[in-house]
Design a binder for this molecule. Sequence first.
Ligand SMILES: [Zn+2]
Length: 406
Amino acid sequence: MLKATCTMSYCDDKSFRKLCVYMGTHACHFTLHIEMDDFEQEGINEELIEFAIRESLHDAHKLPCSSQTNRESDSRARLPLHAAAVQPQQEILHVVLQVVVTSTELTLEEQTDDGDTALTLAAEAGLVENVGCAAITMLLLRNGAKVTSRDGHGVTPLGVAAEYGNAEALDILVQHENYGDLRKTPLYFAVSNGDVTCAEMLLAAGARSDLDPLRCILVAVRAERCIVHLGACCFSITRKQACVAGTFGFVLFRYELVRLLLSYGAEVNCYFGVITDTVFPTALQYCLRDHAMLRLLLNSGYHAHKCFQCCHGDGDETDSSWTDLHNQAYQIYSQPDVISFCEFVSVLCLAHVVGSVARLLLDYVGHVRICPDLRRILEKKPEWDEISDILSKTSFRDVKVGLNLP
Ligand SMILES: [Zn+2]
């Protein structure tokens, strides 16, 4: 056995960080006891360091580790504590924690230049340069790391795990999270990712879907990507990639996510008026070209009748309930800038979908009349004959009911 002395001059920044992690110290000069059979002393480099690391792992608890060395940071203000949180060996973290938890100068909430704590870094595990593991997250929590800490973007560890689709860390954090006013961001991230697994875990833990200005159900309806979990791995695919790959997985995940949110009480008739304020509930706008999604929403209680409410009239109101409804609608849409369905679909880019959408909506309304504006649009569509037939039949049916005819 030879004795090799490795100094900072041999190490690039990456190696330096590794040394901080694995040796639980960050002294510029330290001594490694290693077998030199396969290495020349001249070639002290990353390979050598990694070899030494492997050999030293089981002796990690014997390493010299002081409060002073644990306070020394790299160029990004990453302490040994942070480096220990992004590697897979809990023994190494254990060595660092022994110092940190007994220190009067260090806490588990120390932040890097990016605002990361050890726990937010652990929640990102699985990313490039961040191997991590569930045991690391658990060890940090057991030693008092705060689940309420936030990274440089104001996101909690739970939010970070949801954002990066780290289901394993999310599962642990959910059990430690004392939900309060923090719940909206993690679910929003999970739904934004199209991540059914993480969204379900959060919903089961009590997350509400109605806390974000843009409701989670609307995010799910218009999802552009989804995360697929396969064992310990997960990968993200976009709508475009799904089309190229010829897979229907993406589409199925979108429906599953919407069904999941609805099963937990998400409001299908919610509104998001920041961009377009409409008489009809917002979700329809996001699925005009996706009839399966539209039907899913309609089957879940979407207010289809609001798509036929506007101020244009039809000059033929004889039914008192319709007149009441019409007056209510008038009060709603007569507000400045509130758009009715007939106005919304009058734009050229929707000309090819309005016929089929209107036809579908008619399956979910009873008594309805269409305004002259919408009629003019629909008369030019191939679905008009069928629509016209349905309108006349529903009108006749209503008259029959009113007269108590067989
Ligand atoms: Zn109208």
